[in-house]
Design a protein around this ligand. Structure first.
Ligand code: PLP
Length: 391
């Protein structure tokens, strides 16, 4: 018999992927311009010109055998040391190349990290709303995801966090800026999370999932977890910041201040090996070695956010103000997310029903789309609001 867990996973798409596929089909039926697809976090802003030029230069001027060959399992030294240097310059850490493991994006960073840390039966805490794949990744690593509630502004409910900690808790995942709410956890929140863990006396790891680290639209700083907690691991991806989601490139950074740093890094190497996640794409590792600090033009997302906030508020929709990432988590006017997403579809607006994010009664709107599509979608949003008597 086949592994039934995997058969089941393969048969049921995530709600995001399901809607993304529906959107492709609907665009073929009625024309792309007539579908307002806010389903997936696929950046609409192109990768920067410098990145494109570097790629061309790498292809034209690097020995092809080297360019397309295997790198070290954990990644090329030059890519890993460029990452470490960039983190040190930005966050005053003292990392080196041997703290970094190059991966195929944040998904691989998370699965490798969770497989490195978890034993069967371990629990991993995530704050709702959370990226739905966390559940899948934890399950595959032999653990289970424990959801901690949030308040009305999607900030962690720290009393619930305290109550859910137990000797089974192996790790806590933090994702800020957050997918799907767009909220940021401030320094005080991070300090309180750390203080609760410290007071518990439990040997817990904090995993910070940071694909949206650079996508901040308010004058606020994202606390870098390594500066607050030693047993910490950062999972990063260039999918969003450099608009390279299809190229699959990211990294794991293990905090070398962790008392068991050597063991953690060995476990990361071991998990990467066991999962076959060795030797991330060579061309993109070489790119990363030279393009540290670059980002796509993220101002487009800020403009999209501001325009949507203005209009959706005017139309009577309710949501917590997103400060980063490129998502808005809209409250379903009827309280029923499925019904809201289905009704939005009648107006050709594609929104992901949010129950799978661990938070009932919301839908996710992904605004990393063209400003033009946002303008074209506004009359449809207005009609949707009217259908609920919001205006
Ligand atoms: N973590 C979060 C919070 C995400 O939103 C995503 C992708 O949207 C990922 C991880 C996976 O990122 P990647 O595409 O780099 O694997």
């Amino acid at each position: 018999m086949l592994n039934q867990t995997n058969v089941k996973l393969g048969k049921v798409r995530s709600s995001i992927r399901e809607l993304f596929e529906y959107g492709k089909q609907r665009k073929a039926e009625i024309g792309a311009d007539n579908v307002f697809d806010f389903s997936i976090g696929n950046p609409s802003v192109p990768t920067p010109d410098d990145v494109k030029k570097t790629l061309i230069d790498l292809i034209e001027n690097t020995d092809p055998v080297e360019l397309h060959g295997y790198t070290s399992a954990q990644g090329d030294y030059s890519a890993r040391s460029a990452v470490a240097n960039q983190l040190n310059a930005k966050f005053s850490t003292e990392l080196n190349a041997d703290c970094i493991y190059m991966t195929c994006g944040a998904s691989a960073s998370l699965t490798v990290t969770l497989n490195a840390l978890l034993n069967a039966g371990d629990e991993v805490i995530a704050f709702v709303p959370y990226f739905p794949e966390y559940k899948v990744f934890c399950g595959h690593a032999g653990g289970s995801l424990i959801a901690v509630n949030c308040d009305g502004n999607f900030q962690p409910d720290l009393q619930d966090f305290k109550a859910k900690l137990s000797p089974k808790t192996k790790a806590v995942i933090i994702n800020s800026p957050n997918n799907p709410s767009g909220v940021i956890y401030g320094e005080q929140t991070i300090k309180e999370i750390v203080s609760i863990i410290n007071k518990s006396g439990l040997p817990i790891y904090i995993i910070s999932d940071e694909p949206y680290r650079e996508l901040i639209f308010e004058d606020t700083k994202i606390p870098f977890i390594m500066n607050y907690y030693d047993k910490s691991i950062v999972c990063y991806s260039y999918s969003k910041s450099l608009s390279l989601p299809g190229e699959r490139i990211g990294y794991i950074a293990v905090n070398n201040r962790a008392p068991d740093f050597g063991e953690i890094y060995s476990a990361v190497l071991g998990a990467g090996r066991a999962l076959g996640f060795v030797c991330a794409p060579s061309l993109f590792q070489k790119l990363i070695a030279t393009c540290q600090g670059a980002t796509s033009d993220l101002s487009v997302y800020r403009a999209n956010r501001d325009r949507l906030i203005e209009k959706l508020t005017k139309f009577g929709f309710a949501f917590a103000k997103p400060c980063g990432a490129f998502y808005i988590f809209l409250k379903a006017p009827s309280g029923n997310a499925k019904e809201f997403a289905e009704r939005a579809k009648q107006f050709e607006i594609l929104l992901v029903e949010g129950d799978s994010f661990g938070c009932n009664g919301y839908v996710r709107l992904s605004y990393c789309v063209s400003p033009d599509m946002i303008e074209r979608s506004l009359p449809a949003f207005k009609k949707l609001a009217i259908s609920y008597n919001l205006i």
